[in-house]
Design a protein around this ligand. Structure first.
Ligand code: PEP
Length: 255
């Protein structure tokens, strides 16, 4: 079975000025010499994508991929404030995060909307990074697998299992995001294995190929143990992706 290439993607969320984005991506690019086998991506806020894209277009920075944090379900039209998949693609994005728990919780994105966004991303030639994960109360009620399965199933039902071949999944327990409290490697591995097994029910080959990232308070100090788990193929990194030093330590831990 082909080995899955690790991926570490930074989700900058709504942070950074042009100067800060420039300094951050330049510092990450300079540290990439020690990152050989891991694919690295950054997902800046939309308004900074053009700035980061032109920095990444410079020769030495080619090894860092670019991603959006969100996209519209529509391609274009009268949707004030929205950004479409084709626009992200036009600016050099390869990835787009879909269904982040902040989008689900703060902006009312339902499983059905997330599935539409997943399809819109692929229609634009982008690779969706599909986020799934349970809240603390859902975990305490032993609902983790049911919640993750429901979120995944919504996308499989709308897009088909074959669509997962061109996607990345990020398991992000909501209680671990931005809290400093990461899932233990065993807790994370158990859910990653469950996700893979759920996909294998529909297609074993795709289940083996799909990269499943862990997200939730990953730092340089805990990344290695998380990434050592058999079904964890890298990370989606929030807070720590705003520090080049921390982010690069995480990328090196994925090697
Ligand atoms: C995220 O928001 O995707 C995330 C994982 O955040 P943090 O690393 O800050 O917990």
């Amino acid at each position: 079975m082909a080995k899955r290439q690790p991926l570490v993607a930074g989700n900058w969320k709504m942070n950074g000025s042009r100067a800060e984005a420039t300094a951050l991506v330049t510092a990450v690019a300079q540290g990439m010499g020690a990152v050989k086998a891991t694919e690295v991506a950054v997902c800046p806020p939309c308004i900074l994508i053009a700035t980061v894209a032109s920095l990444l277009a410079e020769k030495a920075n080619k090894r860092i991929a670019l991603g959006g944090q969100n996209l519209s379900v529509y391609k274009s039209g009268a949707y004030t404030g929205e950004v479409s998949g084709p626009m992200l693609k036009d600016f050099g994005c390869q990835y787009v995060i879909v269904g982040h728990s902040e989008r689900r919780a703060l902006y009312g994105e339902t499983d059905a909307i997330v599935a539409e966004k997943f399809k819109a991303a692929q229609a634009a030639g982008l690779t969706p990074i599909l986020c799934v994960g349970e809240t603390l109360s859902e975990r305490e009620a032993n609902q983790t697998e049911a919640v993750v399965e429901r979120q995944l199933q919504a996308v499989i039902a709308a897009a088909g299992i074959a669509a997962l071949a061109n996607a990345v999944i990020a398991y992000e327990p909501v209680w671990a995001i931005g809290t400093g409290k990461n899932a233990t490697p065993d807790q994370a591995q158990a859910v990653h294995a469950f996700i893979r097994a759920r996909m294998a029910r529909d297609n074993k080959i795709i289940a083996e190929q799909v990269r499943i990232l862990y997200g939730g308070s990953v730092k340089g100090s805990n990344a290695r143990d998380l990434f050592a788990q058999i079904d964890i193929d890298g990370g989606l990194i929030g807070g720590a992706s705003l520090s080049a030093e921390e982010f690069l330590a995480i990328c090196r831990a994925a090697e």
